[in-house]
Design a protein around this ligand. Sequence first.
Ligand code: MCN
Length: 784
Amino acid sequence: MSTRIFGSGIKRREDPRLITGKAKYTDDIKLPGLLHMAVVRSPHAHANIVSIDTSVAEAMEGVVAVYVGEDITLAPLPTAWLIPDSNLKTPDHPALAKGKVRHVGDGVAIVLANDRYLAQDAAEAVKVQYEVLPAVVDPEKAAQDGAPQLFNDVENNIAFRWIMGDKAASDAVFDSADIVVSDTIIQQRLLPTAMEPRASIAQYNSATNELTLWVTSQNPHIHRFIISGITGLPENKVRVIAPEVGGGFGSKIPVYADEALVSWASMKLNRPVKWTETRSENYQVTIHGRDHVEYVEMAANKDGKVLGIRATVYAGLGGYISTAAPGIPTFLHGLMYCGPYTIDNAYCESIGVMTNTAPTDAYRGAGRPEATFLIERLMDMLAKKLELDPVEFRRKNLIPKFENHTVATGVMYDSGDYIPALDKALAMAGYDDFRKEQAEARANGKYLGIGVTTYTEMCGLGPSQVAGAIGFQGGLWESAIIRVTPTGKVQAMIGSSPHGQGSETTLAQIIGDELGFPVDDIEIVHGDTNETPMGWGTYGSRTTPVTGAALAKASRKLKEKARTLAAHLLEAAVEDIEYDDGKFSVKGSPDKFQTIQDVTLMATLAWNMPEGMDPGFEESQFYDPPNFVFPFGTHIAIVEVDAETGAIELKRYIAVDDVGPQINPVIVAGQIHGGVVQGVAQALCEGVIYDDNGQLLTGSMMDYTMPRADMFPNFELDETVTPSPHHPIGVKGVGETGTIASTPTVYNAVLDALTPFGIEKIDMPFTSFRVWDAIQQSNNNGGS
Ligand code: MCN
């Protein structure tokens, strides 16, 4: 028997070019006659534009053109997730502001010049006179009467109000419950901070009316049809290429004004145009994540059975509604309110509110981390009130092992077996001994805490029918073409667009495993709309669940063709053909064989084919998944809080995740590491701060605290394996699990450590000052 390449932790083939600096990113592309674009950005969060004087900038040598909002003939940027039954407003989002700016960084003019620095200097020479208006940055305050209004036709700045569940039924559950706990949770804004900032280059060819756009995109095919819609060019005249993309974490899903503007300027001036954002621009105008003010409640009976969960969420959308923004605090959030628990009643009112801030959109986990956080917070609060151990309380309420189970939000989970993952994680953490250790430590003035999260999440976004029903203006299938060359080398063209996940390695492992070609002979081609079949993109941890399934199915079709051809060449019946380790042989005669390369060569030459078989060795496959996939697991954090300084040390982090079979355990571990770091960072250090005037105070890496390696212990990971019943190879997604589970895990651990002080709440992030201050304010700052 051959050793399977599926499940093997081979090294990421992407890494040599990435870590030696040889990879080519958008900004590395240089074209003859290139113009550079700089954007004149508003220093005010909310202001009327009184006048713009471009004369000085235009007169500068090397400046080719300066344009303001009124010059631009692009259609507004669209919102692509139109939440039904929510009274959704989608106010115009012009590529450059006209008459009014709505957040710091809003573009008011563009300068095109022969050199990047000159373009920037000229942008600074554009004189804009503003009439400054009062601003509002807090989503709850923005929704109140009398708050500054961003748009005349968006009353009280409320862009939508989405209701999930039945209010009367929820009231009945909460009114009759023995115990109700409630909290106000601030899900602070976060900056996605991909290592590569956004960039785009457009090259228009007036001879053919074709536009090529190189852009930092997670979904080039979506970029193509939106850019086509905005510019008016037919879709088949637009080619979008996402070269190497240095991370996105959701921030490279949307189509941004800058990308539309380089396209327009290139068409207008008939020269290639490039724009690359600075880190400050990245923080001002690239989407932010989270930004919820949540009023949350959970009800239980006195025996510890959870009866209901509900929340009112004010979700900050920013100054404009970004491409997928309305879907995040609604469907991707509320539908997960049951988590892994048997909760029979769930209700959510989510109010999308426009504020004078950068737009928000999908950031790693998108809606699901916020849901998991509030569930896990409330679970800990209820356990405390019921005087139950938080783990036993969770265990009591976990959904027993299942396949295809529908929860109260109406979502059908594909599969789950939660207890083994919980038990494994508890054993790894030594949970039973921890409380003793904690008590001893406390007696010595050391404050240890433990947080345990049991979670499930919804990823592998699809099927398309659901996308339609929930107002997503696109499909959620994927497609792939597997092509084998005469010399037996494989190219697999995919519509999705990996940008750091290692999928060039893992997707090759799927094909290698199914088809028997050596994995090094398999190339994954992605990121160019002219070279790849249609796909909806890489987000929602869907590439493996959806594209992976398309590749597995295409491989299986090719294997059957190869088997039939091999039988013909070996002069045997198809039923008698065995296939192992890349060789077809006749049962009982292992020495008589045809390799997969022999067979595919013959398919290409077509000299000797079975009757009726078409030549060539290529297959395409569209795949629309029947359901989402639902990975799950248990995460445990152990922390120590220094009561003198408020500093927190994350001492241990244990994660047992079930993502179905792991294609590549090393890559899965890497995804969990990165995800956990991002989630822990929300609990401990990250947070966007706007002042009341809408000025971004965390506008650089000097002010916005990114997590650093020295904050983390070695992660202790393990797995359980519960395949998805509807997926051809059973896999579930892993790209977001770490982020989803880790924030409440660390939050709950810190509050557990602070129990002796009677502290029940601190807003995230847990800066040393906040923790120290809470200890000072507590009734018991002696901590005994
Ligand atoms: N994988 C595996 N076995 C499984 C499941 C996944 O080996 N059972 C592997 C995959 O084949 C792939 C990786 O794990 O190499 C992640 O796969 P998947 O869960 O399908 O997620 P996607 O490829 O769709 O990536 C999107 C996901 C999301 S939504 C965000 S946000 C995120 C993330 O991936 N952004 C990232 N991880 C990131 N990693 C990097 N380096 N950069 C980002 O921007």
